[in-house]
Design a protein around this ligand. Structure first.
Ligand code: MG
Length: 203
């Protein structure tokens, strides 16, 4: 039986629901309601009538206000602990501005998300440069470049990546889908268990 992989989780809009807070701030500024469905790409630019500079400023405010940020999924801590206990190596990677990474770390700590390593990524150091076997991300280009190097990419479903078609990518709606791909299922009562010994063909 193969070992469980080193798996990278993106933070914004995979673990942390930052777009919801961003939309609240953008709505206040614009005077009309903006919600996630209006966002057409994960960088937001071009989706709403705000300049890229204002968008960057609001994104920084979202993380400066990290205590308000909710986990994107209920029970996130337990789900991430399931990965960890079963034997995955968890890497967290974010491409937000370097000065904001301390907020991200504080948020991860508060949300009690276990991880083995934290990576700050940039244009020069993309997630595909990380030595790992799998990536979970909402940004289609990150997933695509990761897959190009022959590894497993999971596209975390969000309104802005709904039309993205990436050959080889697995679209997931939640973290349980990722676990299921590796043969880990949630049993009644909420515990996660490795069911790979039950055979490859079991669905
Ligand atoms: Mg993201």
């Amino acid at each position: 039986m193969t070992r469980f992989p080193r798996i990278i989780f993106d933070v914004d809009n995979v673990l942390a629901d930052s777009m919801s807070v961003f939309c609240q701030k953008a709505s206040e500024m614009l005077g009309f309601k903006v919600d996630k469905q209006n966002i057409r790409n994960h960088k937001v630019i071009g989706s709403i009538p705000l300049t890229s500079r204002t968008i960057f400023r609001l994104q920084s405010e979202v993380w400066a206000d990290w205590k308000r940020l909710a986990p994107l999924e209920g029970d996130l801590q337990n789900k991430m602990e399931a990965f960890h206990m079963i034997g995955f190596t968890i890497y967290i990677a974010t491409a937000i501005p370097l000065r904001l990474t301390s907020y991200v770390k504080q948020w991860l700590k508060k949300a009690q998300i276990p991880y083995d390593k934290f990576f700050h990524c940039s244009q020069e150091y993309s997630k595909s440069k990380i030595d790992a076997e799998a990536l979970v991300d909402d940004a289609p280009e990150e997933v695509q470049s990761f897959i190009r190097s022959g590894r497993q990419g999971f596209l975390y479903s969000q309104p802005w990546n709904f039309t993205a078609k990436i050959p080889g990518a697995i679209r997931v709606r939640n973290i349980d889908h990722v676990l299921k791909f590796y043969g880990v299922e949630k049993a009644k009562g909420g515990a996660y268990r490795d069911i790979r010994w039950l055979g490859e063909n079991r669905t």
